[in-house]
Design a protein around this ligand. Structure first.
Ligand SMILES: Nc1nc2c(c(=O)[nH]1)N[C@H]1C(S)=C(S)[C@@H](COP(=O)(O)O)O[C@H]1N2
Ligand SMILES: [Mo]
Length: 454
C-alpha cells in the first residue's frame, strides 16, 4: 500500500473525531449531532465535546452541501458523486458511510423538497396498463409485505477508468467521471417486491414498459424498464425503504427508492414518486443518450412513431441501455492512474505513483461479482504467469452477492503486475479488453494492478 499520505492521515483524523462525536449522547442526541456535523461540514467534526444544545445553537444558515455524507470514508470525485475507497474494503457488507453515491443533481432532502418528508411522501402507481391505480403513503408501503435481499449495487460508469488506462485506446474518446473502481458496494435492501405491487394494482394484458420516476432531484430523473424484465425479476426487485436495516438516508434516496439488483445502478431510481405501467415503449434521457452504450460495436435501438418520448426526441436515441452488470473483480490495492484525465483529490496515490507492498508471504485479497449468473471462480495472475485459482471466502449468498477472495503470495522485491479475472456460472469470463463506448459504460476488462514490493 502507499505509505501514509497526507490524505490518509487526515482521513484517519476525521474518522477518529467523527467516532468521538458519535459516542456522545443518546440516540436522538447522536442523530442531531450527526445531522449538524453533516450540515456544517468538516468544521463541526472538530467539536467532539459539543453538547447537543450547542450544536443546535450553531450558525442558523448552514451552507447546503450537494452530498450530505461525510467525505472521510469516500472518494470525492465531483460535486455530486462519491466513489468507494475500494482498496480499503474489508467487509462483506458495505457500511453506509463507505457506500458510493451517484447523483445527477445535488441530494434533495425533506428540508429542500418537502414531498420527501415521510409524512408527505406519496407513490402514484398508474398508467394505461394498470387496472386499479393507487396512491400509497409511506405508512401504506411499510404495511405491505416486504423482503430483504443482499445485493451489490454498481454504477454503469464504474471502471470507466480502465478505458483511459488501457493500452491502445485514446482516452479522449471516453467522457465521464473518474470512479476508478469504487462505484460498487453491497447492502441489504428491504423492499416491497414488484410482485406485491402488481398484485395490488392489477396489470392488464399488453403491458410493455414500467417507468420508474422521481422528478424530484431533476425533472428528467426516471427510467423505463421493459415490463418482461420487471416480471422476470419481480420478487427480487422492488420499492425500497431500508438499507442495512435502517431507513434510507437522503444520499441514497430517502424516503423511498427502487432497487433492481444486478442491473446497473441507474435502474434503481432514488427519491421515487411514480410508477407508471404502459403498453407503449418509453424514451427519456437515461435510456437514449444518458446511460447507454454508444460506439461502433453497438447498434441504436429501433423506435416507432407510437413510442412515448419524455423530454427527448428520436434523434437522441444513440445506443442500447445498460442492463445487467457484467462479471468483475478487483484486489484491494489502489489502481495506478497514469492516463486518466483526472485523479480524485483524495485518492491515495498521486498520478503515476505506484502503491508499495512489503516483501514476503502475504494474502492478496479482493472482491468479485457477477450478478446475472453468480461467481463460479476467480483467478489471479502475477506478471503474466499462470492463472491461479483464488480461494473464495464465505459467505457466498448467491448470484446477487459479491464474494471476497484471497490468494497467498510470496512477494519478491521489484515491480509487479497483478491481474484478477472472474468466471461466472454461465462460463462468461472477464475479457482482456472491451470495445470502446464513448460514455465508458460497464468496462469489465481484466484490471491490471501495478505494485512495487520493497
Ligand atoms: N432520482 C435519481 N435516482 C438515481 C440517480 C439520480 O441521480 N437521481 N442516480 C442513479 C445512478 S446513475 C446510480 S449508479 C444509483 C446510485 O445509487 P447510490 O447513490 O445509492 O449508490 O442511483 C441511481 N438512481
Ligand atoms: Mo450510475
Amino acid at each position: 500500500m502507499s505509505d501514509g499520505t497526507r490524505e490518509q492521515r487526515q482521513r484517519a483524523e476525521a474518522e477518529k473525531l467523527a467516532t468521538e462525536v458519535l459516542r456522545h449522547g443518546t440516540n436522538t442526541q447522536r442523530r442531531s449531532l450527526f445531522v449538524s456535523a453533516a450540515a456544517f461540514g468538516a468544521a463541526a467534526m472538530t467539536l467532539p465535546g459539543a453538547s447537543p444544545a450547542s450544536a443546535q445553537t450553531a450558525p442558523a444558515a448552514p451552507r447546503r452541501r450537494p452530498i450530505i455524507k461525510d467525505d472521510s470514508r469516500v472518494l470525492n470525485i465531483g460535486a455530486t458523486v462519491r466513489s468507494g475507497n475500494y482498496w480499503d474494503y474489508k467487509t462483506f457488507m458495505t457500511p453506509i458511510e463507505e457506500f458510493y453515491v451517484r447523483n445527477h443533481y445535488p441530494t434533495p432532502t425533506a428540508e429542500t423538497r418537502p414531498v420527501l418528508a415521510q409524512e408527505n411522501w406519496k407513490l402514484r402507481i398508474h398508467g394505461t396498463s394498470v387496472e386499479r391505480p393507487v396512491e400509497l403513503s409511506y405508512n401504506d408501503l411499510l404495511g405491505m409485505r416486504s423482503r430483504t435481499i443482499i445485493a451489490t449495487m454498481e454504477c454503469h460508469g464504474n471502471g470507466r477508468t480502465l478505458f483511459w488506462e488501457q493500452d491502445g485506446l485514446t482516452g479522449q474518446q471516453v467522457a465521464g467521471g473518474n470512479w476508478v473502481l469504487g462505484a460498487v458496494g453491497q447492502a441489504e435492501w428491504q423492499y416491497v417486491p414488484m410482485s406485491e405491487i402488481f398484485a395490488r394494482v392489477g396489470i392488464k394484458p399488453g403491458a410493455r414498459t414500467v417507468l420508474f420516476w422521481s422528478g424530484v432531484d431533476g425533472n428528467d430523473m426516471g427510467r423505463p424498464m421493459p415490463y418482461s424484465d420487471v416480471v422476470a425479476q419481480q420478487h427480487d426487485m422492488g420499492v425500497c425503504f431500508a438499507m442495512n436495516g435502517n431507513p434510507l438516508i437522503p444520499d441514497h434516496g430517502a424516503p423511498v427508492r427502487m432497487v433492481v439488483p444486478g442491473w446497473g445502478g441507474t435502474a434503481s431510481i432514488k427519491w421515487l414518486t411514480e410508477i407508471r405501467v404502459t403498453d407503449r415503449r418509453v424514451w427519456c434521457r437515461l435510456n437514449t443518450r444518458g446511460e447507454v452504450y454508444i460506439g461502433p460495436s453497438y447498434q441504436r435501438p429501433e423506435f416507432s412513431q407510437e413510442d412515448e418520448f419524455i423530454g427527448v426526441g428520436a434523434e437522441d436515441i444513440q445506443g442500447p441501455m445498460v442492463t445487467w452488470m457484467p462479471p468483475k473483480s478487483f484486489i484491494t490495492v489502489p489502481l495506478v492512474l497514469e492516463k486518466s484525465p483526472s485523479v480524485p483529490a483524495n485518492y491515495p496515490l498521486q498520478r503515476g505513483q505506484v502503491p508499495r507492498l512489503s516483501a514476503g508471504r502475504q494474502e492478496l485479497t479482493g472482491y468479485a461479482w457477477a450478478p446475472q449468473n453468480g461467481v463460479r471462480q476467480v483467478d489471479v495472475r502475477i506478471d503474466g504467469g499462470q492463472w491461479q485459482r483464488a480461494e473464495i471466502r464465505q459467505p457466498n449468498l448467491g448470484k446477487y452477492t459479491w464474494v471476497r477472495f484471497s490468494l497467498p503470495w510470496d512477494a519478491t522485491a521489484g515491480q509487479h503486475v497483478i491481474e484478477t479475472r472472474t468466471t461466472d456460472n454461465a462460463g462468461t469470463v472477464q475479457p482482456e479488453t472491451v470495445p470502446l463506448n464513448t460514455l465508458g459504460m460497464a468496462n469489465w476488462a481484466i484490471p491490471k494492478f501495478r505494485v512495487e514490493v520493497a
